[in-house]
Design a protein. Structure first.
Length: 148
């Protein structure tokens, strides 16, 4: 009995699965839970959730008429606020932060509460327009975390 062809096929399947996870990341296998709090009727927040969902996140949208109270609860300073605040993993993510920056945050797991892209910058994920300058993403302590 010749087991070699079967063994070779199994080996190729395992290598293919390994490469799939290396290339796509584990988020493709198990969506990362996220909760997005926003003011009712804010459409850009829903568009931001639609931006994150196909990138491996499972975003639950929660309407809240007092987003400032949500921000205070999570230690977000007024100057770092935006139209929505998300809880992703152990972090607070404020505003329209590009997904690669969130992925970096989760991968590096720094000792910070979270990050923010303050305001509603033109052409940030979920917002219309053309990007005119780099986005400056800050820690909730106010330091620059990334530019994008």
């Amino acid at each position: 009995m010749n087991l070699l062809p079967h063994t070779s096929m199994v080996r190729r399947s395992l290598v293919s699965m390994f490469l799939f996870f290396v290339v796509t990341g584990t988020a493709a296998a198990t969506p990362l839970q996220a909760t997005l709090y926003h003011n009712p009727g804010c459409m850009c927040c829903e568009q931001y959730a639609d931006y994150l969902n196909p990138k491996g996140y499972d975003v639950k949208i929660r309407e809240n008429k007092d987003i400032a109270a949500v921000n205070r609860k999570h230690g977000v300073q007024r100057q770092l606020s935006s139209c929505h605040t998300s809880l992703i993993g152990e972090y607070v993510v404020v505003g329209h932060v590009p997904e690669p920056v969130i992925a970096r945050l989760l991968r590096e797991s720094p000792d910070i509460r979270g990050i923010s892209l303050p305001g509603m910058p033109t052409c940030s994920p979920g917002m219309p327009g053309q990007q005119k300058e780099s986005f400056v993403i800050r820690t909730l302590g106010g330091e620059i975390y990334a530019t994008y």
